[in-house]
Design a binder for this molecule. Structure first.
Ligand SMILES: C[S@@+](CC[C@H](N)C(=O)[O-])C[C@H]1O[C@@H](n2cnc3c(N)ncnc32)[C@H](O)[C@@H]1O
Length: 247
C-alpha cells in the first residue's frame, strides 16, 4: 500500500482513536465481522466503474478497501483515517494482498481534510463511510466535507449504526452502552439529517434500515437513477445472527 503521511494529527480525538485501536487493531477484523453489519452490502452497491477512484473515509484496518480493490482490479482506492495505528494495519494488509500499488492511505481528520489536495486528484467517483460517522465528533461536518470530494457524477455511500428503533428497549440500551465504551454513538436522525444536508446541495438520497434499525444504508448522488437500489442480501453479510435477536 502506498503511504502518504501517517503522521498523527495532534488532536485529542486522534489520540483517543489511537488509544482505542492500539491493540484492538490486531483482533479488529475478526471481532467486528459479527457486528459491523451491512458492510458487504455497501460494497456490493458501489458498482465501481472501471478506472474509478474510490475513497473510504475512516478506512480503519483497510478491510473494505482491500476487498473492493480485489473485486475491482481496474479501479484505484484511497483511504483516510485519523488513527495512525489503524493505518499501520491497513498498509500491511494491502501489501500482503499484493495490491499495495492500488491502495493508498493517508492520515487525516474527516471533518477537515481535503482528499483531493492530499492525493493530488480532481475528485472521486465513489466516496464511502463504513461505521465511521458514528465515531467522528462533528459527523455532519464530515459528511458535508465528503460531498466536496466527489466528482460531479460521483456517489457517496454510508453504512452505520441506526437507532435500533424496532429493538426491545433493554436490548437497545445495552447495545448503546456497550458501543459507548468504544467511543461509538449511533447518530440520532442520521437518515433525515443526511437527506436534508444533501438536498440543500442538490443531491438525492436513498436509504434503508437493516435488522430492525440496527444499521442504516444511505446512498447519495446527483443522479438518483444511476444509483443501484439498496437491497439487502443477508447471505453476503457476516452478521445474519442479528436478525435472530430482534422480534
Ligand atoms: C469502527 S472503525 C470502522 C473502520 C472501517 N471503516 C470498517 O468498516 O471496518 C471507525 C474508524 O473511523 C476512524 N475515525 C474516527 N474518527 C475519525 C475522524 N475524525 N477522521 C477520520 N477517521 C476517523 C477510526 O480511527 C476508525 O479507524
Amino acid at each position: 500500500m502506498k503511504q502518504h503521511s501517517h503522521a498523527l494529527p495532534a488532536t485529542r480525538h486522534a489520540r483517543t482513536m489511537d488509544d482505542v485501536y492500539r491493540y484492538q487493531r490486531f483482533i479488529y477484523d475478526l471481532t467486528r465481522k459479527y457486528y459491523l453489519f451491512g458492510r458487504d452490502t455497501l460494497l456490493g452497491s458501489l458498482e465501481i466503474p472501471d478506472g474509478a477512484r474510490v475513497l473510504e473515509i475512516g478506512c480503519g484496518t483497510g478491510r473494505n478497501l482491500v476487498m473492493a480493490a480485489r473485486a475491482n482490479p481496474q479501479a484505484l482506492f484511497y483511504g483516510v483515517d485519523i488513527s495512525a495505528q489503524m493505518l499501520k494495519t491497513a498498509s500491511a494488509k494491502a501489501a500482503k494482498a499484493g495490491i499495495g500499488e492500488r491502495v493508498i492511505t493517508v492520515a487525516g481528520d474527516a471533518e477537515t481534510f481535503d482528499a483531493r489536495r492530499s492525493f493530488q486528484l480532481a475528485g472521486f467517483q465513489r466516496v464511502f463511510f463504513s461505521y465511521s460517522l458514528s465515531m467522528v465528533p462533528d459527523w455532519q461536518r464530515a459528511f458535508s466535507n465528503a460531498l466536496d470530494q466527489l466528482d460531479p457524477g460521483g456517489q457517496l455511500h454510508i453504512v452505520d449504526f441506526g437507532e435500533m428503533e424496532h429493538w426491545p428497549g433493554f436490548a437497545r440500551r445495552s447495545m448503546r452502552k456497550w458501543l459507548a465504551g468504544f467511543h461509538v454513538e449511533p447518530r440520532a436522525g442520521m437518515t433525515r439529517i443526511v437527506e436534508t444536508l444533501a438536498t440543500q446541495r442538490g443531491f438525492s438520497t436513498s436509504a434503508r434500515a437493516l435488522a430492525g434499525g440496527y444499521a442504516v444504508l444511505i446512498a447519495v448522488s446527483r443522479d438518483p437513477v444511476a444509483m443501484k437500489p439498496l437491497s439487502v442480501d443477508t447471505a453476503d453479510d457476516d452478521a445474519s445472527f442479528i436478525h435472530k435477536m430482534i422480534p
